[in-house]
Design a protein around this ligand. Structure first.
Ligand code: PFF
Length: 453
């Protein structure tokens, strides 16, 4: 049996630290910005139902597999895969999995940072009282003006990238653990405050109905692909982020329990965000399927009306920025760790190199909302393309390969030793999911989308 690998980047101080960091990665713009608009675009209930099924049947098993791979290899995803291929005597082509993850991480962060920039700008708007008694039209104009200005977007995008590089350069666990420990619960409380407001508006049940009454006739390839992509995106799966966090996880922690806790926290926050937002959408007769601007057009109306709105609004957008921040760190970490291991760069240099490159790619997204708005391919702007390619294709493909590697390529003895699920029934269930259910489901959805079935 191969000897255990150790990490040169350090280890989490406890299992809770890992849960917090992984939850920090998972909970982000994906839950609060993206989940509601994806649900809105895809007709609500049917999307939510498929999303939840994807979380349980695909997300959770793959998360366990990904954490397990990280802890077994204890390096950046690229080198983890390289080491495991050697130890398991399998084809070196599996290293591509690590590479795919690095590329996906940089591409996602390039647009993620632009959206986090919108949130930063809304911190300023909220604290300066712009939302007070704002009307639907004014809220719409505020957002439209923001995205119409390349310079403003570049300013906020730059600020967010600098914040990300700053933390990544200092090492992942410094500060991150404490930050997440207080910020995540505060974010949850703030969403509850918003739900409280929504409850008082009389359209709450319309929101609940929209989210939880599935209209099965609405299920088509698009809904399937979007829901699967959103499950991977929201849980940070399929690109090595969770793998690299797993590589810092202590040998004694239970992978199953830890993964469950992270998936549960992530899903709860997304559902709560939906419950906060849709009632407001219906109360003001806004369009649920209006795309990426949804929360920015909706929430100012709520904060503008509620007592203490300036305070709550500012706090909400501050916390949203923090949630995005803890996710962005994990998006760039695989690339940074690889540069440190492979090129011998210091963490600071590696972070700056990756950060500057990602920032440049992000300009494509900035312009896609204004001067390049009319440049489209298959009807998609640069931002739409990046989002579609990463969430709907690269992450599920990464997950598919992780499942095949763990389920079919690794020796079962290694898998069993590392995943260390004590309960035999639970282990068999996980194994069946990873070997059969997950790969087949992802594969079928892909085939469906390209029109082969
Ligand atoms: N899970 C994050 C969110 O929901 O905002 C986004 C993300 C982070 C996706 C890290 C992928 C990733 F590897």
């Amino acid at each position: 049996m191969p000897t255990k690998n150790t990490s040169i980047h350090g280890e989490w101080s406890s299992r809770l630290a890992f849960i917090l960091a992984a939850a920090g990665s998972a909970v982000g713009l994906g839950n609060i910005w993206k989940f509601p608009y994806m649900a809105g675009d895809n007709g609500g209930g049917a999307f939510v139902l498929i999303y939840l099924i994807c979380i349980v049947l695909l997300g959770l098993p793959i998360m366990m597999a990904e954490v397990m791979l990280g802890r077994r290899g204890r390096q950046s995803p690229i080198n983890t895969m390289k080491t495991l291929c050697e130890q398991e005597n399998t084809s070196h082509a599996w290293r591509l999995l690590g590479w795919g993850g690095v590329v996906a991480g940089v591409l996602i962060l390039s647009y993620y940072s632009v959206i986090a920039g919108w949130s930063l700008s809304y911190v300023l708007e909220s604290s300066s009282g712009t939302f007070k008694s704002i009307t639907e039209t004014q809220a719409g104009k505020l957002f439209a003006d923001l995205i119409a200005s390349p310079l403003t977007l570049i300013f906020w995008h730059t600020l967010f990238m600098v914040m990300t590089i700053f933390v990544v350069a200092r090492g992942v666990s410094n500060g991150l653990e404490t930050a997440v420990k207080y910020l995540m619960p505060s974010l949850a409380v703030l969403i509850l405050v918003l739900i409280g407001y929504s409850l008082s508006q009389g359209s709450f049940m319309l929101g609940v109905e929209f989210m939880f009454t599935p209209d099965f006739s609405k299920i088509n390839e698009q809904v399937l692909l979007d829901a699967m992509g959103q499950a991977f995106f929201s849980l940070s799966l399929g690109m090595g982020a969770i793998m690299i966090y797993g590589s810092y996880l202590s040998q004694h922690a239970s992978i199953a329990r830890t993964s469950f806790a992270v998936a549960f926290a992530d899903t709860s926050i997304a559902i709560l965000a939906g419950l906060a937002i849709f009632p407001i959408v219906f109360a003001y007769q806004l369009e649920a399927g209006q795309g990426p601007g949804l929360i920015f057009n909706t929430l100012p109306l709520a904060f503008g009306q509620m007592p203490g709105g300036v305070f709550f609004g500012t706090l909400f957008f501050v916390l949203l920025v923090f949630a995005a921040w803890t996710s962005s760190i994990s998006l760039i970490e695989p690339a940074v760790a690889w540069l440190v291991e492979r090129r011998g760069l210091t963490r600071t240099k590696a972070s700056v190199v990756c950060g500057v490159f990602t920032w440049l790619v992000g300009l494509g997204t900035v312009f896609s909302f204004n001067i390049w708005q009319s440049y489209t391919l298959f009807g998609k702007t640069v931002f739409d393309m990046l989002d579609f390619l990463t969430s709907n294709i690269m992450l599920p493909l990464g997950g598919l390969f992780i499942a095949i590697f763990v389920g079919w390529s690794m020796r079962e003895s290694s898998v069993k030793d590392e995943i260390a699920i004590q309960n035999p029934t639970l282990y068999s269930l996980w194994r069946v999911l990873v070997r059969y259910v997950t790969p087949v489901a992802v594969f079928i959805i892909f085939l469906h989308v390209i029109g082969l079935i």
